[in-house]
Design a protein around this ligand. Structure first.
Ligand code: FAD
Ligand code: 2HG
Ligand code: ZN
Length: 508
């Protein structure tokens, strides 16, 4: 079982968090008073109301710290009130009141989001779903799970594993993130290659709208063509249209045979060739194809207690996973693939996991990258979709731009920029470009913002493959969406949230 995902060292970064454009507080939002706190205490259990003295409560500001600061310690709000309702009805009453009173609200799941979407910008009320964490039903025949939005992904995966099934998504933050947060961000992760997007796996949602209306669309049906599929609008809406309180999701049969190999690859060109070959040779049992570069590998080996399964260092590493039901058959296929790749020089070394412990160590190597980079220093993160042939070019390009202006010296772990690296779900054309700096500062940011977004747009990519827009990319949405599309997005926002109380300042 994986542990809750660890936040990078907060102490180092707290002083530096505010290096981002913070929009001004909108005067149209009410400032909370003790009258509001008393009202909330009358509609939800008092112990689920966490209010500071500034608004008539008794909580210490430090108790609200974990709700005000994001995982990266980059974005920080100043909320004086956290509400942790236990039922959908309570969520409905909270929102109805906030809507009437024009009180701004930020829905929060596990707070593992990476784009500043999950924390307040100013004094918005934090509506945490963490107390809504029950499985509502599970159908072992169809594999349909219906649960509260605040269930932790890993706990759900354990729950369905006991019944022979698997959650259709998995990510490094699984020990902390909620299924509601996953749906709200349309999270991708490491099982995307095999099971696809949540737009396909989520069968129904229960959503509370800002005016308190409960939209019960908690269908368990795979097929339903009765007009507009409203739930799709909430998948990836990042808490701006409604609060997701219940989720119905299709869980596939858990594969009984899983094999993992890590490969040492001499060039990015060869990473692509090996992918092509893996698809040819493994076909339907190929379940993940992840890559990372040598800078990531050094960081992960330094910060996690892991040893590389390969003898030497390589420019690139690939993790290949197969999942099937015939152990011997799958073993043969992966072994044959490895032999072929080695013989043809496409890869220079490869290690095949011999047991479950080795499998999980190999995965820790890949999934431990964000945490390891966070321990190295404050990290700028770009999560982009780019056609595979040019996917790694942007990493090289950014490194060169930083070198040119003397902000980065590759191989030296000090300086304004310590590390530029690339990794990600290459099988899904999804690159994570990370730049680890000494601190978040304008002279560094200006080198690659908006340059990265221009670069991505020029290749018809997406400025967010999986983490979403949040506050971070709000002003850059135009690089991936046309003015007409943005205008329709705004109109949809107006329909569901006419007073814009839900997650203000984010997305559109
Ligand atoms: P939060 O961070 O709390 O919120 C995220 C957004 O969703 C916010 O805008 C918030 O307002 C909204 N929201 C949350 N809950 C609700 C709700 N119930 N109703 C309405 N809106 C809501 N992401 C990937 O896609 N793939 C990865 O592989 C991946 N790996 C990660 C690895 C690490 C180590 C970390 C720290 C993050 C990773 N992420 C990844 C990003 C993050 O974990 C996902 O975006 C995740 O889905 C967020 O879930 P959460 O419960 O933490 O949501
Ligand atoms: C991953 O794939 C996550 O590990 C996080 O999406 C990526 O931190 C990042 O940039
Ligand atoms: Zn990712």
């Amino acid at each position: 079982m994986r542990q809750r995902v660890v936040k990078p060292a907060a102490g180092i970064m707290l002083a530096q968090h505010c290096q981002y454009h913070k929009p001004a507080r909108l005067d149209s939002f009410k400032k909370l008073s003790n009258v509001d706190i008393e009202h909330f205490k009358s509609i939800v259990p008092a112990e689920t109301v966490l209010a500071t003295a500034a608004v008539g409560g008794t909580a210490d500001a430090i108790e609200l710290e974990g709700f005000n600061a994001d995982w990266l310690n980059k974005y920080r709000g100043n909320s004086q009130l956290v509400l942790k309702p236990k039922t959908t009805k309570e969520v409905s009453e909270i929102l109805k009141y906030c809507n009437e009173q024009r009180i701004a609200v930020v829905p929060q799941g596990g707070n593992t989001g990476l784009v500043g979407g999950s924390v307040p910008v100013h004094d918005e009320v934090v509506l945490s779903l963490r107390n809504m964490n029950r499985v509502r039903s599970y159908d072992e025949v169809s594999g349909v799970l219906v649960c509260d939005a605040g269930c932790v992904l890993e706990e759900l995966d354990n729950y369905v594993a006991e019944r022979g099934h698997i959650m259709p998504l998995d990510l490094g933050a699984k020990g902390s993130c909620h299924i509601g947060g996953n749906v709200a961000t349309n999270a991708g992760g490491i099982r995307f290659l095999r099971y696809g997007s949540l737009h396909g796996s989520v069968l129904g949602l229960e959503v509370v709208l800002p005016d308190g209306t409960i939209l019960d669309n908690l269908s368990t049906l795979r097929k339903d063509n009765t007009g507009y599929d409203l739930k799709q609008l909430f998948i990836g809406s990042e808490g701006t249209l409604g609060v997701i309180t219940g989720v119905s999701v299709l869980t596939p049969r858990r594969p009984s045979a899983v094999n993992v190999a890590v490969l040492g690859v001499p060039s990015y060109e060869n990473v692509q060739q090996a992918f092509k070959r893996a698809r040819q040779r493994c076909g339907e049992i190929l379940s993940a194809y992840e890559f990372w570069d040598s800078n990531c590998m050094r960081a992960v080996l330094h910060h996690q207690s892991l040893k590389s399964p390969l003898e030497a260092e390589y420019p690139f590493y690939v993790l290949v996973e197969t999942s099937g039901s015939e152990k011997n058959h799958d073993d043969e296929k992966l072994t044959a693939l490895l032999e072929e790749l080695l013989e043809e020089g496409i890869v220079e070394d490869g290690a095949l996991a011999q047991d479950d412990t080795q499998i999980s160590r190999m995965w820790m190597m890949r999934e431990g990258i964000p945490e390891s980079l966070g321990k190295t220093g404050p990290t700028y993160k770009y999560d982009v979709s780019i056609p595979i042939p040019v996917l790694y070019d942007v990493v090289k390009d950014i490194a060169q731009r930083l070198e040119k202006v003397d902000l980065y010296k590759p191989g030296q772990s000090s300086g304004p920029v310590k590390l530029v690296c690339g990794y990600g779900h290459i099988g899904d054309s999804n690159l994570h470009l990370n730049v680890v700096a000494e601190k978040f500062e304008d002279r560094v940011t200006d080198v690659f913002e908006p340059y990265v977004y221009e670069w991505v747009a020029s290749h018809r990519g997406s400025i967010s493959a999986e983490h979403g827009v949040g506050l971070m990319k709000r002003d850059y949405l135009g690089y991936s969406k046309s003015p007409e599309m943005i205008s329709y997005m705004k109109r949809i926002k107006d329909v569901f949230d006419p007073h814009h109380i839900l997650n203000p300042y984010k997305v559109v």
